[in-house]
Design a protein around this ligand. Sequence first.
Ligand code: ADP
Ligand code: MG
Length: 681
Amino acid sequence: MSAAARWPSEGSRLATLLGKLDIRQPEDLLLHLPLRYEDETRLIPIGQTQPGVCAQIEAEVLSCEVTRPRRQLLARLRDDAGSEIVARWLNFYPSLQKQLAAGQRVRLFGEVRGGFFGVEMVHPRLRLVDKDTPLPQALTPVYPTTAGLGQPSLRRLLDAALDAASLDDPMPATIRQRLALPEFAETLHALHRPPPDADARLLEEREHPAWWRIKFEELLVQQLSLRRAYNARRAYNAICLPPQRTLTRALLEHLPFALTSAQQRVIREIAADLAAPHPTQRLLQGDVGSGKTIVAAFAMLQAAENGCQAVLMAPTEILSEQHYRKLAAWLAPLGIGIAWLSGGRRKREREAELERLRSGECLLAVGTHALIETTVELPRLALAVVDEQHRFGVRQRLALRDKGATGSRPHMLMMSATPIPRTLAMTHYADLDVSTLDELPPGRSPILTRLASAARREEIIARLKTACQNGQQAYWVCPLIEESEALQLKTALETWEALKEALPELRVGLIHGRLKAEEKTAAMAAFSAGETNVLVATTVIEVGVDVPRASLMVIEHAERFGLAQLHQLRGRVGRGAAQSSCVLLYEPPLSATARARLRVIFEHSDGFAIAREDLHIRGPGEFIGARQSGLPMLRYADLERDTELIEPARELAGELLAHHPEAVAKLLARWLGHREGLLNA
Ligand code: ADP
Ligand code: MG
């Protein structure tokens, strides 16, 4: 009999309930694994049960009654050794009382307590038995389930599926032996029907060899499916951009600084990608201030020296403008122009830029998401760079990709200053090549971080005044108010007013998201030029803003910010040679998590270390956030606990894809089935 024959028909109540558990095919059911186990293979004499521990007892009903005024069903029972126990039900059907007739032999399973009536069990699981009813031969699995679908029904379905489904093992035997993994059928039996002598603790803690196989296989399937998506995208054509070393060499000669060796390595990696006839799909990770922009400039020039177009997309107007200015300055000595598209530019300027791009006269452009508008024509687009890529949605990245020159897809370089730990990168970015800038440019002095209670605000303001009178510049970051943008704006204005009043001898600027583009530009320009001493800002300055002379930052209500955000904000200072400092003002009392977060920021300056701690505090699901909406989440493997399985899974994925396509197909069908489609975006 095939498993499919017994499968509930579509639309039936059972199918709907299973659907809620994301079980849509027999394979899903087989991989719906127990949360824990109950031992019904043994009977414990009532006299030997322990309070607080689950036990199964067998006894005869002495009496059974419904009590008042608090309506309860109360049964008194005695086992063969003569010990008594009381079973209590607070909710019950009348039929239960009938079942518990005096003299009836029953098995009760539940937690034993010492109660008012002596030893008792509340709401035990009940089974009517005879003197010779055999005991189960396996531990009883307890599955995650949903209202309306009881454990017994799930167990029955699983028993049927285990008997009927073909449990052949797609993993080649040689590989299984090499990795010392149990066989698939053996694995499922060990998990769904563990024998009475199985180590329940190993099973529950998911350390049993059968669990290794499951977790390993889950990670393997994740790698396979991400690599397949990668290969599918790689199959498209892209314009080859071999290094001509005309413009890139000129840029190198004119640069005011020497590249770090990390930058040189990453530039080489990207240069090799761009020379290939298929689209680059690379993520460039590098901590705040590691110098990603210049890497992007080299890549863009490699496109230009092949007569092709390249764009750089940034998430905010402030950042796009800053990139524009920086790139324009680097490119000016090379005699190559760059267009700038952002929502805030005047219509006439915008039209002129669009025309220069449409005609191909201009090869390079920077901008916000204004770049993906339909009016933007880039007939020779061969490379798209996305800065702070996590700030963009999948759709925006795809829209940019679709702007590629006819018959090809552009090379895509994604940049991110939110470094993620290596293990997480290996699992969640397995569909990308990853380059890492693991070195900061020389000459940066470490940022001094201090924590101060909001009660010391006056004192901080006084210090800020002295610092600014000595020629330093400062950011004052307003509290984040996630619930209300209006309130956030109000707070920013109030903070600005208050600081102007407290610091009459200084010039205090203000920047926030609601300002018009020109106003933002003016506020940033005045601060960059040193015309304002203090810049009161909301989180609009969080990403990318680069004013090397600013060396002081105060963050109000630091406890409201996330770790990555604090790290990004703090990264706005420490960009020049001057000693920089960052004061985190917090409002006591702090919650335990807020305290833990502030401690991490206080103790660490390296983005990777902070990301690791963040992962630890928040767990991978939340940490990864929206980027992964299309990815199958890991149900069983735990990226923190099971790190040692990741590397072998990755290696094996490569081997299977190269040599065992049929195994790949079976594994993907078994684990992802209907879900695989989600991945190809
Ligand atoms: P991020 O990686 O955060 O985007 P940026 O590209 O904004 O960093 O670079 C930070 C600052 O460091 C910029 O002012 C940039 O011009 C400068 N910079 C980049 N590379 C170097 C280098 N090799 N030596 C000195 N300064 C550098
Ligand atoms: Mg940047």
